[in-house]
Design a protein around this ligand. Sequence first.
Ligand SMILES: Nc1ncnc2c1ncn2[C@@H]1O[C@H](COP(=O)(O)OP(=O)(O)OP(=O)(O)O)[C@@H](O)[C@H]1O
Ligand SMILES: Cc1cn([C@H]2C[C@H](O)[C@@H](COP(=O)(O)O)O2)c(=O)[nH]c1=O
Length: 213
Amino acid sequence: MASESGATHGRGLFVTLDGPSGVGKTTVSTLLGEQLASQGVPTLVTATPSPSSIGELARHGTHEFHGPSLTCLVAADRYHQANIMISPAVEQGTTVVCDRFVPSSLVLDPLDGIERGFVWDIYRKILVPDIAIVLMGDASLCATRVANRGRFSRFHGSDYEDHRREREYFTEALAFLRGAGYPAHEYDIGRATAREVAAGLAHFILAIKDGRS
Ligand SMILES: Nc1ncnc2c1ncn2[C@@H]1O[C@H](COP(=O)(O)OP(=O)(O)OP(=O)(O)O)[C@@H](O)[C@H]1O
Ligand SMILES: Cc1cn([C@H]2C[C@H](O)[C@@H](COP(=O)(O)O)O2)c(=O)[nH]c1=O
């Protein structure tokens, strides 16, 4: 596509970051945005639930809302955000990094008693990422980080067993997503710093971006 200045630019990428609580999604999303921007890639970092009024209700309402009502609330926010923010930005050439997307709901909602099929059906018409990264890390490492950082939601595990189960659900969700043709990529954080994880992801994303242009 040609811009008004005559320079050519194409569509951006939609990149999502999911994974268990404490694995570093929020920290890495910010660093990844900075690293992509420093390499000249127009980048927008966002999260689901979004900063909209529906998103704020979902993010801060996990004690009030449970099961299908929370699933639908999160889904309403995500459709709204995808339609008004993510898709337009990507079409204009911005690479969007989103902290949590559908893969998280395939884990958190079943942990709340919802069938995976119900969750998958509700997202049938939503934007599919170009790259869906699932960060995976040792459950005891994630448990320690969340204990040190603090829990802001009932979905932030309170002990090792919560984190072990959440990790197991993400492993199952990854297999399901790959089977469904979703562009899911597992990324093991090992003992890397957040900056090292972000650098590894930036390298991976830029290789895909360069391959497409
Ligand atoms: N690679 C890392 N090495 C060391 N500490 C990290 C790393 N990544 C994140 N942290 C720290 O771990 C804590 C959890 O990180 P963060 O909030 O980014 O995780 P998250 O996956 O977004 O968690 P949640 O899903 O619970 O919101 C924070 O205190 C953060 O500073
Ligand atoms: C994706 C998703 C999120 N939520 C809730 C759980 C937490 O309260 C927030 C996310 O905050 P975090 O810092 O990213 O952990 O939103 C949910 O209930 N269902 C979902 O699918």
